[in-house]
Design a protein around this ligand. Structure first.
Ligand SMILES: Cc1cc2nc3c(=O)[nH]c(=O)nc-3n(C[C@H](O)[C@H](O)[C@H](O)COP(=O)(O)OP(=O)(O)OC[C@H]3O[C@@H](n4cnc5c(N)ncnc54)[C@H](O)[C@@H]3O)c2cc1C
Length: 508
């Protein structure tokens, strides 16, 4: 039977676009339906205040730089320019210490050695010990997650330079313990732990060692930003797909997947049917299971998905002058991610608040001022400042709701930031607070989880989103899944989109 398309993708997040781009590049007829008015999902940018380009989701492009996606899809031909952030991270502390992490390992080691004698060499040891393991993890992320293929890669790939029992012990530990075993200096441990906490799990959970053991790869892929805003990645993908004959529809919410005799045959959008040989749902898996599939095909495991209770919130600020850090007034401090966490105790305390259903009273923050490297983001003399704080629950204790507390929490976040950069409040000319409920309502990130599902071992690899729907295969024939709900999870990486494209191309 003739169909309208070979592949219909539901949702134009970066993963859905990447899947579609590979399939379009292979010569197939592709359509993407996106319910919002722009493509990109949690990788999109809009001019929210005159002259200020505001990212609506992820901003720091780290993981995708460890993949071949940009080269394979020739995205630079479609308008993507990456700006390197070096130093990658800066951690200013109230006592005046300022730790920089540069892309270059030797430079970082020398800097740490000059601050804390012995700790530079400990850092080199940490990176050298774990870079092989981290590369193998990256390779596992870049392939569909069958237990056999993961096992093969883990056995045949590079490993750490420790003996296997010691390696396993580190992997099974909470990441705060991994860092304690390498570093004497609490401030260095805190800076690395605060980056490791970005995937969600706290530093005290067992089995989270890999979130810190991944750290060596920052020195391989670096940290980057698309010029013009994070959304320029997804705009380049859009251009790529259209240049290969694909159709992209925005303001086009898919109502349901058409299923006949257990096989997906297309979708319904605004009351009209579109047919296709394959369908790929790139939405949150809860949307796919609960809203897009006919009830009779909803898998029983759908009830067991752990979406968590939010973890972070983002305050987007437009400023009329650049940020100045009191203890780090130099320009370099505004380039990379600014790790504003005083101590491990602060990080653990913030998680404690979250567990009891309260917004953290003393949240660690990641500050971002990308106008320091990209003059297209703010008017001359102005600054964009993003403040990502953790931890903020979606569901609040004591019957509070976000509509009541959002303004106060946003003001508190500014107050917290002013401990590092006094006077910032007076320079604010525009503000958007993306609390967990905002993220659900505006970006479809259920319960405010920016990773879609909790990033814990029970929902990783072949168990993501469920054992029954892993390997990018949906619960009905010819329905495929991609996105942060699938292996290898959330973040701006695109590995899920690329892996799913491989599976779909084999099917086609
Ligand atoms: C505030 C914030 C900050 C972040 N910071 C970073 C960071 O700095 N670095 C990093 O690596 N990661 C970061 N992340 C995480 C990262 O951005 C996400 O994990 C990732 O972008 C998810 O991409 P995705 O393509 O898998 O899914 P999504 O971006 O969630 O895309 C799903 C798409 O499906 C669409 N959709 C849903 N239902 C339908 C329907 N019925 N019909 C049509 N379309 C539908 C949605 O509108 C959306 O466009 C951040 C996320 C947020 C929100």
């Amino acid at each position: 039977m003739a169909t309208d398309y070979d592949l219909i993708t539901i949702g134009a997040g970066h993963n859905g676009l990447i899947t579609s781009a590979y399939v379009a590049q292979a010569g197939y007829r592709v359509a993407v339906f996106e319910r919002r008015d722009i493509v990109g999902g949690a990788v999109s940018t809009k001019e929210l205040f005159p002259g200020y380009q505001v990212d609506l989701g992820g901003s720091a492009h780290i993981l995708i730089r460890l993949t071949p996606i940009v080269e394979e899809l020739e995205l630079e031909e479609y308008g993507l320019t990456y700006l390197e952030l070096d130093p990658m991270f800066v951690a200013p502390f109230p006592d005046g210490d300022v730790i920089y992490f540069y892309r270059d390992l030797d430079r970082t080691v020398n800097h740490l050695e000059s601050l804390y004698p012995g700790e530079g060499q400990a850092y080199r040891q940490f990176v050298t010990d774990w870079v092989g393991f981290a590369r193998t993890m990256r390779d596992v992320f870049l392939a569909p997650p069958s237990p056999l293929s993961i096992g093969k890669r883990m056995v045949q790939g590079e490993s750490s330079s420790l003996d296997w029992q010691e390696e396993l012990r580190h992997i099974l530990r909470p990441y705060q313990e991994v860092l304690r075993s390498y570093f004497e200096e609490e401030k260095l441990r805190t800076a690395i732990a605060w980056m490791a906490a970005q995937s969600g799990p706290p530093p005290t959970d067992p089995l989270t060692g890999p979130f810190a053991l991944w750290h060596p790869l920052y020195h391989e892929g670096g940290v980057a930003r698309p010029r013009g805003g994070s959304g320029m990645l997804t705009q380049a993908l859009r251009r790529h797909i259209e240049a290969h004959g694909g159709d992209i529809y925005t303001d086009a919410p898919v109502e349901n997947v058409l299923v006949t005799n257990g096989t997906a045959q297309g979708v319904t959008v605004n009351g009209r049917s579109y047919t296709s040989r394959t369908v790929c749902s790139a939405t949150h898996v809860k949307e796919t299971f609960d809203h897009l599939l006919p009830d009779s095909y909803r898998p029983p495991e759908a009830d067991g998905l752990r979406i968590g209770n939010g973890f972070g919130a983002m305050l987007r600020l437009a400023l009329d002058e650049p940020v100045t850090y009191e203890v780090a007034p130099e320009e370099d401090a505004r380039v990379g991610l600014q790790l504003l966490c005083r101590s491990m105790e602060q990080l653990r305390g913030a998680y404690g608040d979250h567990l009891s259903g309260r917004p953290s009273q003393d949240p660690p923050i990641i500050g971002m001022t990308f106008s320091a490297v990209d003059d297209t983001l703010a008017p001359a003399g102005g600054e964009v400042l993003w403040l990502w704080g953790q931890y903020f629950p979606y569901e609040l204790a004591r019957g509070d709701d976000w509509a009541q507390i959002a303004d106060t929490v946003a003001q508190d976040l500014i107050g917290q930031f002013e401990q590092y950069a006094p006077g910032t409040r007076e320079t604010i000319v525009g503000q958007l607070f993306q609390h967990p409920e905002w993220l659900e309502q505006n970006l479809g990130l259920f319960r405010g989880n920016v990773m879609h599902l909790e990033m814990t071992l029970d929902q990783m690899f072949s168990a993501r989103p469920t054992f029954g729907a892993s390997n990018y295969q949906g619960p009905v024939e010819d329905l495929f899944l991609t996105g942060a709900s699938t292996h290898p999870g959330g973040g701006i990486m695109g590995a899920s989109g690329r892996n799913a494209a491989g599976v779909i191309l084999t099917s086609l």
